[in-house]
Design a protein. Structure first.
Lengths: 325, 278
């Protein structure tokens, strides 16, 4: 992990130097530093980006980590999403400034003899950076050491297709027009202690790869999923929140998030993604136990913080307050 | 607590039918549905929990006859990943097979040293053990690796039973689908009033030709949080039970005291009565 920043922390100003349609849904942003070189990153890292409406989303960096003057992200415009990607795609122009966080890497490449990278749709972004970094270092590894499976519905839906088509070790598969999904089993049948697997894509792909690698050593397999999580589902139960600054007791029913209940009680908590991924609504836990459901806090942060947009209480009562500085 | 119509409180003795029967040859691994449940008084369910994967750093050593607590073994409560493997043990051939989405990934005769090594190496990998310290395949003649084996030998041989109506009541209250196989029982019973076992768990009962004595309501642990299909920890069952009912019980254990097995699907389940095969 890079250890830089974390949470929302959109403290870096960048300028949109380029904006390019990669597919009908996916737009690439070339983000340049306004002054000094940008903080270093490693393949697999992501940044949080605040869109013009103030919503924060996480995006993987897909340019080469050796580039110090820019960050490149590819944004899939989600018609059904919570609005973050729509705002970024529709309401920005070249030359606009954006606030971003320093890069953070929860999907870091670890040393191995061989790599299998499995990308679905816009999940190609972190894996393209990994592919380029690994093939650039190919001298240190056996020639066939990197394989990239890139799955999309059609050629037209596949970002960076021309860059990757025909490249060594790249397998392209388009499931549309009756071709169906790629049979992943031939790639996963033999568990190999010297291969690491990195997978980024929609939940269905992640579920498939997870199920098909149950006979592998789990520490060799890493997933990245920015789809987010939900704070209320069949597993939620009622609890009581106590707002530390005032001592007010706020019942949180199973059908409501902690964040929603606090707001309904008139307590202002800044938030953005509502999915436990951006880090904006982080609160301090003073007493009680959290049931963490977020995808953003580190184990260390979890000891005394929680993300109220998705996380709940594991105890009957939990005392929370502003995160402080 | 609400009760459904025709509850245990009524004069009529509740009666149900056996809906499904399962054995679990290896502790923590897949359920195996059986056409008949081979169970006799004093002997427990043949082929149930006769193997376990012991933690390499733990207290189990080959030949150990003393029962050990469940934390000495790999189990779903801590090792949810085990649910992602489809395992099958064929007793006549001593062959354990493991599949991943219908693809066979292991087939080994556990009566041979070579087969046992293949099994422990396989699970050592899946459970992320140090390759030099794989799990130990635990098996001891006439011993079963059930959670309650530490209570007594009688409890070790007890049969676990689930009242399907109670599972459905929990589903209705929580709005969540609850796969009954989360509870890993030997006998699943339909037709009983929901939660009648809360009052009858200590009563005698008859299942087909077998007479049993209820001995213990089953308190549920984190193993039930694991989805048997996806191996994800996706439903906090102990917490849901506590929130809905104020207890964490689901199902009960009963010791076979008389009569004879096996138990068949459709067998009558009658509390406090002689069994029959009607």
């Amino acid at each position: 992990m890079s250890g830089n920043g974390g949470g929302a922390g959109t403290s870096l100003a960048v300028r949109i130097a380029g904006k390019r349609r990669l597919t009908s849904r996916i737009t690439e942003f070339d983000l340049r530093a306004t002054e000094e070189p940008l903080p270093r990153f490693t393949a697999g890292a992501h940044i949080n980006v605040r869109n013009p409406a103030g919503e924060v989303r996480s995006y993987s960096l897909c340019n080469a980590p050796s580039e110090r003057h820019r960050y490149v992200i590819a944004v899939a415009r989600e018609e059904e999403g919570r609005g973050g990607s729509k705002g970024l795609t529709d309401e920005t122009e070249c030359g606009d400034s954006l606030w971003i966080s320093p890069p953070r890497n929860d999907f870091e490449l670890r040393p191995a003899l061989r790599y299998l990278l499995i990308a679905g749709g816009v999940g190609i972004t972190p894996l393209k950076a990994m592919y380029h970094q690994l093939t650039a270092q190919a001298g240190e590894r056996e020639p066939a050491g990197v394989r990239l499976l890139y799955l999309s519905r059609s050629e037209a839906d596949a970002a960076y297709l021309s860059e990757l088509a025909g490249a060594e070790g790249v397998v392209l598969h388009h499931s549309g027009q009756g071709r169906g999904r790629l049979d992943l089993w031939p790639y996963l049948a033999e568990p190999d202690e010297d291969t690491r697997i990195y997978c980024c894509g929609p939940p269905s792909l992640i579920a498939d790869v997870r199920a098909l690698t149950m006979h592998w050593r789990p520490s060799l397999i890493r997933f990245e999923n920015f789809a987010g999580v939900a704070g209320t589902d069949g597993t939620s139960t009622d609890f009581t929140a106590v707002w530390h600054p005032t001592g007010e007791r706020i019942p949180v029913p199973a059908t409501e998030t902690l964040l929603g209940a606090l707001r309904a009680a008139g307590i202002e908590v800044a938030s953005s993604c509502s999915a436990g991924t951006c880090g904006t609504c982080k609160l301090r836990v003073h007493e009680g136990f959290a049931e963490h459901r977020d995808l953003v806090l580190s184990e260390r942060e979890r000891r005394n913080h929680l993300m109220p947009c998705v996380s709940r209480a594991a105890s009957e009562t939990i005392v929370v307050g502003p995160r402080g500085r | 607590m609400t009760r459904e119509a025709g509850t245990a409180g009524n004069a009529e003795t509740p009666a149900g039918r056996v809906a499904a029967l399962f054995v679990y040859p290896v502790k923590g691994l897949s359920p195996q549905r059986v056409k008949t449940l081979p169970v006799e008084p004093g002997a427990g369910v043949e082929g149930d929990r006769v193997f376990a994967l012991a933690r390499p750093e733990g207290r189990y050593v080959k030949g150990q006859r003393q029962p050990l607590p469940k934390d000495q073994f790999f189990m779903l409560a801590r090792d949810a990943r085990l649910a992602g493997l489809g395992t099958h043990f064929d007793a006549p051939t001593n062959r354990l097979t493991v599949a991943v989405r219908e693809h066979e990934v292991l087939s080994a005769d556990v009566s041979t040293e070579e087969g046992e090594r293949a099994v422990t190496a396989f699970f050592g990998r899946v459970l992320d053990c140090d390759p030099e310290r794989p799990p130990v395949l635990a098996r001891e003649r006439d011993r079963r690796f059930t959670d309650v084996s530490v209570v007594s030998d009688g409890m070790m041989n007890a049969v676990s039973i689930i009242n399907m109506a109670s599972v459905r009541d929990l589903e209705r209250r929580t709005g969540a689908y609850v796969d009954p196989l989360r509870f890993r029982a030997n006998i699943y019973v339909d037709g009983l009033p929901a939660w009648c076992e809360r009052e009858l768990a200590g009563e005698d009962l008859a299942i087909g030709g077998l007479r049993l004595r209820g001995v213990l309501a089953t308190k549920r642990c984190a193993a039930t949080e694991v989805n048997p299909e996806t191996a994800e920890r996706d439903l906090p069952l102990p917490r849901l039970l506590h929130a809905e009912y104020g207890h964490i019980e689901m199902g009960w254990y009963a010791e076979a005291t008389g009569g004879h097995g096996p138990v068949f699907p459709g067998d009558r389940v009658v509390f406090g009565a002689e069994g029959d095969r009607s």
